[in-house]
Design a protein around this ligand. Structure first.
Ligand code: PAJ
Length: 284
């Protein structure tokens, strides 16, 4: 596996691949890789000849008081996993490469407000601005043909898809289904903040979403009541609910009676750990 830290190192490799007519996939991550990330690398393999995985813990998408400082950084472990997954290039830019003048004084993007100011964005103001700002930089640096994102972060996927369209990138966004642990908990780097006693309740997040998705699929007219009941169920499991909401899958809008592809999304707190999850909900 090749490695690059700078723009020049990355460009040199990418230009070689381009000259050889090879198709390039980018998998953006913040590291501390798990099977969810590796599923993205496997999906990238299906779509392209060469895979670039980036690891960069992006300060611009963490709000004041969030876990930027203690976000797990496990580069050596990540490197080994990527090697085993046959990633072709690991890109680990420094802050200086991504934000030459510092994140506070950089030229940045604003994510589409209708997508970015709700759900996660309502609780984490500016989060998606930080995400699209870094993802656009990574797209510019790597100029991939495809970029792979997890459905685990459904809202991020929708926001990035819109940014890609709005800015006219000619690349395809490939979504990958959420990888879960045996109890249904979506794999996440933040799961390591959970202690063993919090695990069963955390697993209820997925169980309740499964229940809600099935109910809404069967009786979409009862959506609001189902959201309320899901809220209550999560609280009864000791989870503090930030939101549990059914939206139109493609643009997170409030569903209309004719909409078929919905998505139920939730964020909860288990102690000091914020967990998110979502599931598709197809109305027959
Ligand atoms: P990170 O949380 O490291 O996630 C990187 C990618 O892995 C994202 O596309 C995310 O949706 C996906 N992913 C995480 N857990 C997953 C799981 N259990 N199953 C499937 N995919 C999963 O998301 C980010 O980093 C950042 O916001 C980033 C896009 C890199 C921009 O900084």
């Amino acid at each position: 596996m090749l490695e690059a830290q700078t723009r020049e190192q990355l460009r040199a490799v990418v230009s070689n691949w381009r000259r050889a007519g090879q198709k390039i996939a980018l998998v953006p991550t913040m590291g501390n890789l798990h099977e969810g990330h590796l599923a993205l690398v496997a999906a990238a393999r299906e779509q392209a000849d060469r895979i670039i995985t980036s690891i960069y813990v992006n300060p611009a998408q963490f709000a004041e008081g969030e876990d930027f400082g203690r976000y797990p950084r496990t580069l050596e472990q990540d490197r080994q996993q990527l090697r085993a997954a046959h990633c072709d290039l690991l890109f680990t830019p420094s802050d200086q490469i991504i934000y030459p003048h510092g994140p506070g004084d950089s030229t940045s993007l604003r994510a589409a407000p209708s997508l970015a100011n709700i759900l996660e964005g309502a609780s984490r103001p500016g989060h998606f601005d930080g995400v699209v700002t870094v993802v656009a930089r990574l797209f510019n640096l790597a100029s991939p043909d495809v970029a792979v994102f997890g459905e685990k972060d459904w809202q991020q996927l929708v926001v990035v898809r819109r940014m890609t369209e709005d800015l006219g990138y000619s690349l395809r966004i490939i979504p990958v289904a959420t990888v879960r642990g045996p109890g249904g908990l979506a794999l996440s780097s933040r799961n390591r903040y959970l202690d063993i006693a919090q695990q069963p309740a955390a697993e209820q997040l997925n169980a309740v979403l499964r229940w809600a998705a099935e109910r809404v699929a069967a009786i979409p007219g009862q959506r609001a009541a189902i959201e309320r009941e899901a809220h209550g169920r999560l609280e009864r499991h000791g989870l503090r609910v930030d939101y549990v909401q059914v939206v139109r899958a493609e643009d997170l809008a409030e569903p209309e009676p004719r909409d078929r592809d919905l998505r139920v999304l939730a964020a909860v707190w288990s102690g000091t750990t914020r967990l998110i999850d979502n599931l598709p909900c197809h109305v027959a």
